[in-house]
Design a binder for this molecule. Structure first.
Ligand code: IMP
Length: 427
């Protein structure tokens, strides 16, 4: 009974959507286990190009159940918009299931996200503004409201009223803002519930049955390990655990069921928002990679910061996830470079180190130590096999594999599903 986890190895936007879409064909259940609509997965398949935020990327296979798991922060309005957009393009969402335990993003969460960011001034995190941090803060503070509450209007109303009373104290006294109205929120959300209610279910029996029947379950990671709340570049992180362990927990599957963990890494590096990024390129090369790779946020449209592949950060991801294999995506974006580089160490205070410092103040002082390699200056887009890749591209991928410490089972050479090389290293 294979359980596969697909996890971002960098700062998100590694191209997980494509890998998940590819693997979803073999999955009985695909689970989004953590994060919310701050994540954006781009999928290009025979039905077109889709930007998904909450709906699991397994939605294109009608026989696959797509579960929004207990660990997700769910904005019902965003989900309904996404479902309508899919329906308008002929994609059915009948197989969607929403865990009754998923916490709801309420209208005051994005408000507080913006207010918190403003109050941080120059230390702002650069959040997506989707209210994800405040939703999880309420969850941890045990005042959150869950999807299951939508099925019980009286309970829902009482919980919203209590929460809004508390939020209004903060809004008025801390931020000097006008109070919000609980009744409006209740009316709007119960309206959403009339459409979403039939999808809300207890998710544990569904997963337990799939495991018992030996079905394949695919855990779809959001964001990336370097944005993980515990293991990332704190505080410039998102508010969930984006690692393999986080996915198992967010889905509600015990670790003994996991069979394969795949780390997804772009052939270079990107980051949206603030925080240190040792290999960032703030020059023409960076602009070039950003343009060729269309490196603009799926969720916010912000230009992404780009840089060379950072094997030190990648090794950190490997340590905290224990990937069986990796997927190297977007190799084709580097096709026209004269030279390509991989960061194999950092220099700090005259010393070479090969680990990611836990303190961002130290990480910000790290200078990358690169190994430069000749580029391949030829299109890889039509390569279907490892042997079709130019030898310079092969040695670049080998350097990444050695740096991460795991074999590349998949190599992406274009946006479409079929532009993927399976090397045979996928367990
Ligand atoms: P939040 O998740 O909106 O709170 O934002 C926290 C940080 O994580 C910001 O730097 C965001 O840009 C970043 N972030 C959150 N989700 C993603 C993602 O899916 N891809 C890339 N960056 C993300």
């Amino acid at each position: 009974m294979p359980v596969l986890a697909v996890v971002g190895g960098q700062w998100g936007d590694e191209g997980k959507g494509k890998i998940i879409d590819l693997l979803a064909g073999r999955a009985h259940v695909v689970v989004r286990a953590q994060g919310g609509d701050n994540a954006g997965h781009t999928v290009v398949n025979p039905r077109g190009k889709f930007a998904l935020h909450l709906v699991p990327a397994g939605i294109f296979n009608e026989q696959t159940r797509c579960l929004i798991g207990p660990g997700v922060a769910l904005n019902p309005e965003v989900l309904l918009g996404e479902m309508d957009a899919l329906a308008a393009r002929g994609v059915s969402t009948d197989n969607l299931v929403i865990s009754a335990r998923a916490h709801l993003v309420l209208p005051y969460h994005p408000m507080f996200d913006h207010l918190d960011e403003e109050s941080r001034g120059s230390a702002a995190i650069g959040t997506t503004g989707r209210g994800i941090g405040p939703t999880y803060a309420d969850k941890v503070g045990r005042v959150g409201i869950v999807a299951g509450d939508l099925l019980h209007p009286d309970r829902f109303r009482a919980k919203v009223k209590l929460a809004v009373d508390r939020k209004n104290v903060q809004l008025e006294r801390v931020y000097g803002k006008p109070p919000i109205n609980a009744d409006e929120i209740v009316t709007t959300y119960l309206g959403h519930a009339s459409r979403l209610g039939r999808y809300i279910a207890e998710s544990e029996p569904i997963l337990e049955q799939a495991l018992r029947e030996g079905r394949t379950i695919l855990l779809e990671g959001g964001h990336g390990t370097l944005l993980d709340l515990d293991h990332g570049t704190y505080p410039y992180v998102t508010s969930t655990s984006c690692t393999v362990g986080g996915l198992l927990n967010g889905a509600g599957i015990g670790p003994r069921h996991l069979t394969t963990a795949i780390g997804v890494f772009k052939a270079y590096q990107s980051r949206v928002g603030g925080g240190p990024m040792p290999t960032e390129l703030v020059d023409e090369t960076g602009d070039h990679i950003r343009d060729v790779g269309h490196e603009y946020g799926t969720t916010t449209g912000r230009p992404r910061r780009v840089g060379w592949f950072d094997a030190v950060a990648a090794r950190h991801s490997m340590m905290v996830n224990g990937f069986h294999s990796i997927a190297v995506t977007r190799l084709d974006i580097l096709d026209d470079m004269d030279e390509v580089q991989v960061c194999l160490g950092y220099e700090i205070d005259g010393q070479r180190i090969d680990y990611l410092p836990s303190q961002i103040e130290d990480l910000a002082r790290c200078r990358p130590i690169y190994e430069g390699m000749p580029g391949w200056r030829t299109s890889t887009g039509d390569a279907q096999d490892w042997r079709d890749l130019p030898k310079e591209a092969q040695s670049f991928v080998r350097t990444i594999e050695e740096g991460v410490g795991a074999p590349a089972g998949l190599i992406g050479v274009g946006q479409e599903r079929e532009k993927t090389i399976f090397t045979g290293a996928l367990p």
